[in-house]
Write a protein that binds this ligand. Structure first.
Ligand SMILES: C[S@@+](CC[C@H](N)C(=O)[O-])C[C@H]1O[C@@H](n2cnc3c(N)ncnc32)[C@H](O)[C@@H]1O
Length: 255
C-alpha cells in the first residue's frame, strides 16, 4: 500500500520511510574514499582534530568510519528514523536528533564539523543555511575546521536524480524522477520504492527537495559567520570549482 502523506510541505518526512533501507541503497557509495579525502583536506590545513561532529550524519556511515580511524565522533541529524541506525554501526555512533540550524551542542566543543553527501542542499531557505553555517562556527573551538559538500546547480538541474534500478533483482527497487524549478533553484525528486525482501513486500513514496546555492553565496555565508582560510574545491580534488563541477567541497577555519 502506498502511504498517504502530505508532500505539499517541502522537507516533511524526507528519509522517514527510506531510513530502514538507506544503507542497502547506498552500499556502493565510496564512503571510505570520501573520508580519505577529508583526511587529505585536514592534512592540507595542518589540522589533527580529536572531537568531530558528523553533521547530518544520516545512518552514521561517515561518522563511524571516522571513529574507526581514531576520532571521537558524535553524529547529529534532523531525522530520528535515520539516527536510530547509528547505534547499529560498527563502531556504534552516538548521535543526536537536531536541526543543523539549532544544534543542541555547546559552544566550542568540536575540532571538526564534517557534513557530507549534499546534506546541506536539503536546507531550502538561504537564511536557514546561513544560520547553520553560524551554528557550525559556534560549536567549533578556535583552530577548528568546517568541511562540507554541496551539489551544484549544474548537478541539480540536469536530471542526475532521474534514475531507477527497476530492471535489477535488488530487493529494494526504486524509480526517481527529478524536476528542476529554475526560479526557486530547487530540485524536487519524486521517489517510488518497492521492497520485496525480508518481512514481505511493501511500497512507499518519498519526495526530496534540494536547493542549489551559488559558490559566491556560500563563501559569503562562511565569511559572515566569521570563518577564515576558506576554500572551495571541485569534489575529491584540490582544483578550483568550474562550471562543470557537480559537487563542491568547502573547507573553512575558525581562527
Ligand atoms: C543524503 S543524506 C546524507 C546522510 C549522511 N551524511 C551520509 O553521508 O550518508 C542527507 C541527510 O541530511 C539530513 N538533514 C536534512 N536537513 C537537515 C537539517 N536541517 N539538519 C540536520 N540534518 C538534516 C537528513 O535527515 C539526511 O539524513
Amino acid at each position: 500500500m502506498m502511504q498517504q502523506a502530505d508532500y505539499t510541505r517541502p522537507g516533511l518526512g524526507e528519509f522517514d520511510d527510506v531510513a530502514d533501507y538507506y544503507d542497502q541503497l547506498m552500499r556502493t557509495v565510496p564512503y571510505t574514499r570520501w573520508v580519505d579525502y577529508v583526511e587529505r583536506l585536514l592534512e592540507a590545513w595542518s589540522k589533527s582534530p580529536i572531537e568531530v561532529i558528523d553533521l547530518a550524519c544520516g545512518t552514521g556511515t561517515v561518522g563511524s568510519e571516522m571513529a574507526r580511524r581514531g576520532y571521537a565522533v558524535c553524529g547529529a541529524d534532523l531525522s530520528e528514523p535515520m539516527v536510530r541506525h547509528c547505534a547499529d554501526r560498527e563502531p556504534p555512533l552516538p548521535a543526536l536528533v537536531c536541526d543543523a540550524a539549532e544544534m543542541a551542542l555547546t559552544d566550542g566543543s568540536a575540532d571538526l564539523v564534517v557534513c557530507l553527501y549534499d546534506s546541506l542542499n536539503y536546507i531550502l531557505e538561504p537564511e536557514r543555511l546561513a544560520q547553520s553555517v553560524a551554528e557550525a562556527y559556534r560549536i567549533l573551538r578556535a583552530g577548528g575546521l568546517f568541511i562540507f559538500d554541496l551539489n551544484t546547480e549544474r548537478a541539480l538541474s540536469i536530471g542526475l536524480f532521474t534514475q531507477d534500478n527497476m530492471h535489477t533483482d535488488e530487493p529494494l527497487q526504486y524509480t526517481w524522477e527529478a524536476h528542476w524549478d529554475a526560479a526557486k533553484r530547487i530540485c524536487r525528486v519524486d521517489m517510488l520504492y518497492y521492497y520485496n525482501g525480508e518481512g514481505g513486500p511493501r511500497s512507499f513514496r518519498e519526495v526530496h527537495y534540494q536547493r542549489a546555492y551559488d559558490n559566491d553565496e556560500v563563501l559569503a555565508m562562511l565569511h559572515a559567520a566569521g570563518f577564515s582560510r576558506i576554500k572551495a574545491y571541485s569534489a575529491y580534488t584540490f582544483q578550483a570549482v568550474t562550471p562543470r563541477s557537480a559537487r563542491v567541497y568547502y573547507v573553512a577555519a575558525k581562527e
